[in-house]
Design a protein around this ligand. Structure first.
Ligand code: FEO
Length: 173
């Protein structure tokens, strides 16, 4: 059993994870309009991964006999950003998610809620990996360029990377 406050914080995070899934779906659609098939596939894979994050938290609340309160998911901004800006926005988004997870973990520790603290460790580790991956993509876009052959090469890499998303994190491929 976890406290009502703890359940509410995890419930709010479920909403953020669903928003993340929606955000990545919008970015996948944006990449499709630019004919960046690998980038679109990568964002689609991330979309699926975020859904698994939301469901992991949902299952935790159920297992802890806590109320699940689902709230409306905000519409993601569609925008007309170029590919570098898309990944910069992705990094900003993941950093905000990391901060939210850390805040929830701080609360679990303040309540001496060891079960939730252990549960959240997985997400802490996941965020390190997610931020590192996006940082790497941004670095390559800056190095090789976000147009022409540089972009084509990175788009091909993202197609390959899309197949790996989730295989090292326990999420569905
Ligand atoms: Fe589920 Fe990328 O945070």
């Amino acid at each position: 059993m976890i406290s009502q406050d703890m359940a509410a914080l995890i419930g709010a995070q479920i909403n953020r994870e669903f928003y993340s899934a929606y955000f990545y779906l919008a970015l996948s659609a944006r990449a499709e309009t630019m004919n960046l098939k690998g980038t679109a596939a990568w964002f689609m894979a991330k979309h699926g991964e975020e859904l698994t994050h939301a469901l992991k938290m949902y299952r935790y609340l159920i297992d802890q006999n806590a109320a699940v309160v689902l709230t409306g998911v905000a519409a993601p901004e569609t925008g007309t950003d170029g590919v570098l800006r898309i990944f910069e926005r992705t990094l900003e988004h993941e950093r905000a998610v990391t901060s939210a997870i850390n805040t929830i973990l701080d609360h679990a520790l303040s309540e001496k809620d060891h079960a939730t603290a252990i549960f959240l460790q997985w997400f802490v580790t996941e965020q390190i990996e997610e931020e590192a991956t996006v940082n790497d993509i941004i670095g390559r876009l800056r190095l090789f360029g976000d147009q022409g052959y540089g972009l084509l090469m990175i788009d091909n890499e993202l197609a390959a990377l899309a197949k790996q998303v989730g295989t090292t994190t326990g999420a569905a491929p």
